[in-house]
Design a protein around this ligand. Sequence first.
Ligand SMILES: [Zn+2]
Length: 355
Amino acid sequence: MLVEGAILDRDGPRRASVRITSGRVAEVGQPGTLRARREERRIRGIVVPSPVNSHTHLGDAVSTREPPSGPVDQLVVSPDGYKFRLLATSPRKEKILAIRAALRRMRRDGTAAVIDFREEGVEGVRLLRTATRGSGIRTLILGRPLARPVDPDELEELLALADGVGLSSARDESAATRRIIAEACRRNGKRFALHASEAVREPPDSYLTPRPDLLIHLAQATRDDLRAVAEAKVAVTVCPRSNALFGRQPDLQGMEAAGVRMMLGTDNAMFHAPSIWRELEFSYIATRLRGRPVSAAFLARSALVEPYRWLGEPEAATIAPDSPAVPLVLRLPADDPAYQVVTRVTEHLIVRPER
Ligand SMILES: [Zn+2]
């Protein structure tokens, strides 16, 4: 496949022609310099590294009706709230089918990987592993041990299966629990993540010590909090649609100004389709609605570049010959790639080069 247009990757936007062979970048040249081979498909568009959805709760996809309205704590945090009752009463098979449907949708829109917070302890992790098999989406599972005080055996078993732990929030857990879990993650080479400052502001000390690998939300963080997070070099996944549903908005402009390593996620699958493109467009519009605009370039990086840096594979966000990047082609004008990618992508414009 020969793409004439532009590249948007770790090195920013630029005009280019790109040859993609067997799903990988084979050649990159100045615009118009690569000759199409016989029967080679020619496309006009923008070549990007495939996006990563950096925060989901895919198990929630089992919910198919409009959820009741109410505060976020009642709906999705409380152990006897709507979400956990639904998870507890849905058959395992139904949950697996719902997760598979969500993954198929993500695959169609070009998503390469997802970082999921999985509830329901060791069993929950096992269920998600089963559901993702053969999906073509790399899934990082951050599970959650159930026993409090923490049961070391349960935690070890969970960490043997999961890629790490994703906790509900700093204020829902004692300092001792957070420390024990963070240390176990470190020892096992796994990730430690938690929701923070979602419904109410939490002081940065409570979520930066012990140091996590990833924070989710920070919707209530002050600019000083954001500076502390940037200084600690801890990555943050924001989920603006999810926050908006409960009347909140993360300060993306503040994050850009502070130099926060920001990533983007679609959060609870019961509320939002797991489409990173929708999340990008909403984020762009929402910051303007609030009068605190953020750049399209910063948003584009949050889906296409920062997650690969977080995974320790920054070169996977580079469109160049022999790079490990999985390229995606968007049939969009090449003039202003970040703006195009953030505001214009719909499913029919996505071309996923076959491997
Ligand atoms: Zn979440």
